[in-house]
Write a protein that binds this ligand. Structure first.
Ligand code: 5GP
Ligand code: MN
Length: 345
C-alpha cells in the first residue's frame, strides 16, 4: 500500500511559497488582460484605504498607460490631496458599463464599498486585497493577510519593485504610516519595515507625509479634540473611557468625521484604560462608533456583534438609538471580557 510521506516544514514552506507566487502571477495577469479596471476602498476612507487605492491606480497608470482605470471612492480629506492623481477620484456613482476587472481594497466585506458595490458585483473579474482578520474572502481572487499591518503593505508585496514609481510609493507609504500609527502599533512587523524601506528607496518624503497627514491638526480639530477629552467619562473602575460628539457640536464647529482622527488614540493612552470608545452622531440617533484597546479587550469581537468589524485593537460599527443604551451595551461586553481576563492565571 502506498503511504504518503508527510511533508517536512521546509517542503511545506516551499509549497506555500510556490502557491503564493502563482497567485501573485495571477494577480498581475488579471491586470494585464483587463481593459477597464475599477478600484474601490471602504466608506469614510482612511489613510490605508486612500493610499492603497491611489498606490494601485498610479502603479497601473505608470506601467500600463493604455488601460482605463478609475478609483471610485467617497471624497477624501484635504490632507491627502497631495497624493498624485487624488484629483481623479470619482466620488459620484454613475451609469457606466461593467468593468473588466474590479479590485476591492481594505474592505473587510463587499458591502463596505458602499454605493460602489454594484460595480464590483457586475465586473467581469474581481479581486479583494485586505488585512482585516474578519474578512472571510470574496471575489475571484482574494489576498487576505491578517498579519499584514495594512492593505498597502500587502500591495507592495504584489507589485514588481522595479515598476513602483515615487508617486506610487508615496501613496503606499502613507497607508502604512496611518494603519501602524507611524510604525507604533503592534501590527508593525519586520516585513512592514522592510516594505516601508523599499518605498523609502523610491524617494518618499517621509517627514512631510507623517507631519502633514498624521500629526497636523487644524485649529478646529484641536478644539474638538480638547472638548472630547474634557467631556470624556471613565467607566468600569477606570478601565474604560468614552466620549460622545453630538451632531449639534459637529455642526457648531463645522467639522465632519475625518476631523475626529486621533481623538480615540488620545483616549486610549489614558492610564489604566483598557478600552476606549468614541461615538459621533452621523444623524439623529445614528452613531458611528470607534473602539480601541490595549491588551485585554478584543474590540473586533464587540464591533462584530453589532454588525461592524475591524481588528483586535481597533474596530468600529454603526449603532442606533439612545447614546446611553449604546454605551451600556458596549460596556457590558467590555466588562465581560475583562472579568474573563482577570480570572486567567
Ligand atoms: P475606525 O475606528 O478608525 O473608524 O476603524 C477602526 C477599524 O475598524 C478599521 O480597520 C475599520 O476598517 C474598521 N471599521 C470601522 N467601522 C467599521 C464598520 O462599520 N464595519 C466594519 N466591517 N469595519 C469597521
Ligand atoms: Mn487598513
Amino acid at each position: 500500500m502506498f503511504v504518503k510521506r508527510a511533508l517536512s516544514a521546509a517542503e511545506e514552506k516551499k509549497a506555500a511559497d510556490t502557491l503564493n507566487q502563482d497567485r501573485v502571477h495571477t494577480f498581475r495577469r488579471m491586470i494585464v488582460r483587463a481593459g477597464r479596471i475599477g478600484i474601490s476602498g471602504h466608506e469614510r476612507p482612511d489613510g490605508d484605504c486612500i493610499g492603497s487605492c491611489l498606490g494601485l491606480f498610479n502603479y497601473i497608470k505608470d506601467n500600463y498607460p493604455d488601460k482605463q482605470v478609475e478609483v471610485n471612492l467617497q471624497p477624501i480629506p484635504d490632507k491627502f490631496l497631495f497624493l498624485k492623481n487624488s484629483d481623479r477620484i470619482c466620488s459620484e456613482p454613475r451609469e457606466i458599463p461593467p468593468y473588466d476587472l474590479y479590485i476591492a481594497l481594505d474592505c473587510s466585506e463587499p458591502e463596505r464599498m458602499g454605493e460602489f458595490y454594484g460595480y464590483f458585483e457586475q465586473a467581469g473579474e474581481t479581486i479583494c486585497i485586505d488585512h482585516h482578520f474578519t474578512n472571510e474572502g470574496f471575489g475571484d481572487l482574494a489576498f487576505i493577510e491578517p498579519e499584514a499591518s495594512s492593505t498597502c503593505e500587502i500591495l507592495v508585496g504584489l507589485m514588481e519593485e522595479s515598476r513602483i514609481s515615487q508617486a506610487c510609493a508615496e501613496a503606499l507609504y502613507t497607508g502604512i504610516v496611518h494603519d501602524t500609527g507611524v510604525f507604533k502599533h503592534t501590527n508593525t512587523s519586520r516585513r512592514t519595515l522592510e516594505m516601508a524601506g523599499l518605498l523609502l528607496d523610491k524617494g518618499v518624503n517621509t517627514e512631510m507625509i507623517i507631519d502633514e497627514t498624521f500629526f497636523k491638526k487644524t485649529y478646529l480639530q484641536n478644539q474638538i479634540l480638547g472638548r472630547a477629552l474634557i467631556e470624556s467619562i471613565l467607566l468600569l473602575d477606570g478601565r474604560m473611557i468614552f466620549s460622545v460628539i453630538s451632531r449639534k457640536d459637529m455642526d457648531f464647529y463645522g467639522i465632519d468625521s475625518a476631523d475626529l482622527d486621533g481623538i480615540i488614540d488620545q483616549l486610549r493612552v489614558t492610564e489604566k484604560v483598557e478600552c476606549a470608545l468614541l461615538m459621533h452622531e452621523i444623524e439623529r440617533g445614528t452613531y458611528k462608533v470607534s473602539m480601541r484597546s490595549k491588551d485585554k479587550v478584543d474590540v473586533s469581537e464587540i464591533a462584530l456583534s453589532f454588525g461592524g468589524g475591524g481588528h483586535k485593537k481597533a474596530a468600529g460599527c454603526t449603532m442606533y438609538g439612545a447614546k446611553r443604551d449604546i454605551i451600556m451595551n458596549i460596556a457590558e461586553q467590555v466588562e465581560l471580557q475583562l472579568s474573563g481576563k482577570d480570572e486567567e492565571p
